[in-house]
Design a protein around this ligand. Structure first.
Ligand code: ADP
Ligand code: MG
Length: 236
């Protein structure tokens, strides 16, 4: 079984490397693991939205992506699918610690993202948790060191970076900044900069936003490397 898993992943990696980005319309057209495809299927996701169609092929290949698309366009799957696939292909395991971090402006949005992750990620073995405050800090602290994927709000995350012993981001592979315009509107610019300064430089970063403001571009300059731009027009 172990051997079979390994050659499955080698095969998947080859399919990603040789994948041509142009005309994939359905999730099934992408080089995705059977675990993620099963998760998407169980949630009845079949056809990709525009932003998913444009961003997923790039993000799956490991590129940094700056994505702008209106609210409701499907940005959540455009970053959660790469979170699962990148960690899987890197053979991320329970004992490897924090591999992916998603930063979201509000608790409510973080909880929504977490629920989508549960919906499409149930066939994977990663541990995932929320860091959103409002709950007992100690309780969060104890669970933090065991998480592979965290969905966090900026203030609480920085608090843990400063105060929680054993909270280690040193091996982070993937950072997602979701609703970046809103994070900045809420006054979290300095907090975000402090968080990003705590993260390893060799990582993949995906930044999604409903609008492309100057402050979003400034943040992108600070946190992304040679990003691919994906902007989806309004289509009535
Ligand atoms: P955004 O973050 O861009 O505002 P969401 O990721 O929250 O958008 O998605 C908006 C809605 O569209 C959600 O209800 C989600 O379940 C649905 N959705 C996203 N992608 C797809 C898809 N490929 N097929 C069908 N529904 C989708
Ligand atoms: Mg969203």
């Amino acid at each position: 079984k172990k051997l079979g898993d390994r050659s499955d992943l080698d095969d998947l990696q080859r399919r990603v490397d040789t994948f041509e980005t142009t005309d994939a319309q359905e999730f099934g057209d992408l080089p995705l693991s059977r675990q993620t495809l099963a998760g998407l299927k169980s949630a009845y996701y079949t056809r990709m939205t525009d932003v998913q169609q444009r961003a997923l092929p790039l993000a799956l290949k490991g590129k940094d992506v700056l994505g702008a698309a209106r609210t409701g366009s499907g940005k959540t799957l455009a970053f959660l699918i790469p979170v699962l696939e990148v960690l899987l292909r890197k053979r991320w395991g329970q004992q490897d610690g924090l591999g992916a971090l998603v930063i979201s402006p509000t608790r409510e949005l973080a909880v929504q993202i977490f629920e989508v992750l549960r919906k499409i990620g149930h066939q994977h073995n990663f541990s995932a948790g929320l860091v959103i405050g409002g709950k007992n800090l100690k309780h969060e602290q104890e669970r933090l060191s065991r998480m592979n994927i965290l969905i966090a709000t900026p203030g609480r995350l920085l608090q843990h970076m400063d105060q929680t012993l054993g909270f280690d981001c040193d091996h982070l592979q993937l950072l997602v900044l979701d609703e970046a315009d809103r994070i900045l509107d809420m006054g979290f610019s300095a907090t975000l900069n402090a968080i990003v300064a705590n993260l390893p430089k060799s990582r993949q970063t995906l930044l999604f936003s409903a609008t492309q403001t100057k402050s979003v571009k400034d943040l992108a300059r600070l946190s992304l490397k040679e990003p691919e731009y994906v902007a989806v027009r309004e289509t009535g």
